[in-house]
Design a protein around this ligand. Structure first.
Ligand code: FAD
Length: 396
């Protein structure tokens, strides 16, 4: 009789595990709580679907925080070139953007997801939607479904339940209650890749939606060159996302508005005759300081000093008065989840033979840049492969 595999969760990590298992001839059922598959993956497609980053593996793997020693070998088996080849294989031709981020040419997820689901269906995978996993003992798994409670008793199970951000897309973190009940070690969820909350004065509303380009964010730990968007909620965007981990530990945030200019160069420019220009025109001409940067200066440092050196120091080191990070529900991803201490190197739960965990539900985190989907795919593929090996051992 064919071996039965159960995959719970239809994000990229679960689909990759299902792909691997079904390609090996194993009968796979995917159970998904939502009415359709891969909702967060589709949402990621709304911003272009950054699948991975075209950089050396040495650089790539350094983007991941958490238990790197366990994650790195897994990432090594499915590197960025493999992600690109996988997308290509599903008909989603990719391109490398200016920041080395890799996207499908169509800049959305739906065609890729459609062709992936078609492939899985061809490989005999059964997708059960509106099946919410509601517990069990690790051998039997119970689901709330429109037809009432259903139970499955598979030979192997892959849990691919996601993190706890954007809960309306399905990944609500509710699964942690079952893990806690089974005494499986968990790290608390934390918001990752999330905006910084700023209660702006009314003057700032004209700047909402404007990009803040070529700045450096200074935290207690690091200087990060990047970009952000000024929004009604605060500051968001890749430069901010990259420092959310630092800000969780220490709130201090400063911005260097002109990172390519030395202090002396700014002082010299500020001391030039202003002529008939207004202050803002003069700053724009002499310093190339656009309206969004000038607005931030006024917002955080009003009244501004008259002295050129004092003003230059502020431009290089502007303190950002913020209220901390926006809530986890708004984060692109979450840190925390199933501790690697709970798992062996195959990603199987040590205390629960035959049950594996993959994707964002594991306790690692990374900035945006394609690292999130890449790790979801790599861990899903790894656990799928290891589950096949586990089944082979069981048979012999
Ligand atoms: C707005 C946005 C933009 C993003 N953009 C990018 C990007 O461009 N690049 C990138 O790398 N990453 C991006 N991400 C992050 C990326 O989408 C996730 O990291 C990735 O989807 C995680 O994959 P996963 O398979 O681990 O979990 P998920 O994709 O979260 O899938 C988990 C699945 O499990 C299901 N589930 C949960 N609990 C149950 C249960 N009890 N029973 C049954 N099913 C259950 C959920 O419904 C869900 O379908 C973005 C995220 C957001 C929110």
């Amino acid at each position: 009789m064919r071996k039965q595999a159960l995959v719970i969760g239809s994000g990229p990590s679960g689909l990759m595990a299902a792909d691997r298992l079904s390609a090996a001839g194993i009968s796979v059922t995917i159970a998904e709580a939502k009415p359709s598959a891969g909702r967060k993956f589709l949402m990621a497609g709304k911003s272009g679907l950054n699948l991975t980053k075209d950089e050396t593996f040495e650089t790539f793997q350094q983007a991941y925080w958490g238990r790197q020693s366990l994650l790195t070998p897994i990432l090594g088996t499915f590197q960025s070139k493999d992600v690109t080849a996988w997308a290509d294989g599903l008909g989603a031709e990719t391109f490398v953007g200016s920041t080395k981020r890799v996207f499908p040419k169509v800049m959305k997820a739906s065609p890729l997801l459609r062709s992936w689901l078609a492939r899985l269906s061809d490989q005999g995978v059964t997708l059960r939607t509106r099946w919410r996993w509601a517990g069990g003992d690790g051998r039997t798994f119970a689901f709330e479904t429109p037809e009432g409670t259903q139970e499955l008793c598979p030979d192997v199970t892959i849990l691919a339940l996601g993190g706890a951000s954007w809960p309306r897309l399905g990944s609500d973190g509710a699964w942690t209650a079952w893990f806690a009940g089974q005494k499986i070690p968990l790290a608390p969820f934390t918001p990752c890749n999330v905006a910084v909350r700023i209660d702006w004065s009314s003057h700032m509303s004209t700047q909402f939606g404007k990009p803040l380009k070529s700045v450096t964010f200074l935290t207690n730990a690091r200087r990060v060159r990047g970009e952000a968007v000024i929004s009604a909620k605060g500051l968001e965007g890749s430069g901010i996302y990259e420092i959310t981990r630092d800000l969780r530990q220490n709130k201090d945030l400063k911005i260097d508005l002109l990172p390519d200019w030395s202090l002396n160069k700014i002082i010299t420019a500020l001391n030039k005759p202003k002529g008939k220009d207004s202050q803002s025109t003069f700053w724009r001409k002499a310093l190339k300081l656009g309206p969004e940067k000038q607005s931030l200066l006024h917002e955080f440092a009003r009244p501004l000093p008259k002295d050129a050196e004092e003003l230059a120091k502020l431009i290089k080191n502007l303190p950002v008065l913020h209220e901390g990070l926006r809530p986890i529900e708004e984060a692109i991803s979450t840190g925390g989840g199933v501790s690697f201490d709970a798992l062996d190197e195959t990603l199987m739960i040590k205390s629960m033979p035959g049950v594996f965990c993959v994707g964002e539900m594991l306790d690692w985190e990374a900035p945006t840049g394609g690292y999130l989907i890449s790790a979801a795919l790599a861990t899903g593929r790894w656990a799928g492969t290891k589950a096949i090996e586990y089944l082979q051992h069981q048979t012999h």
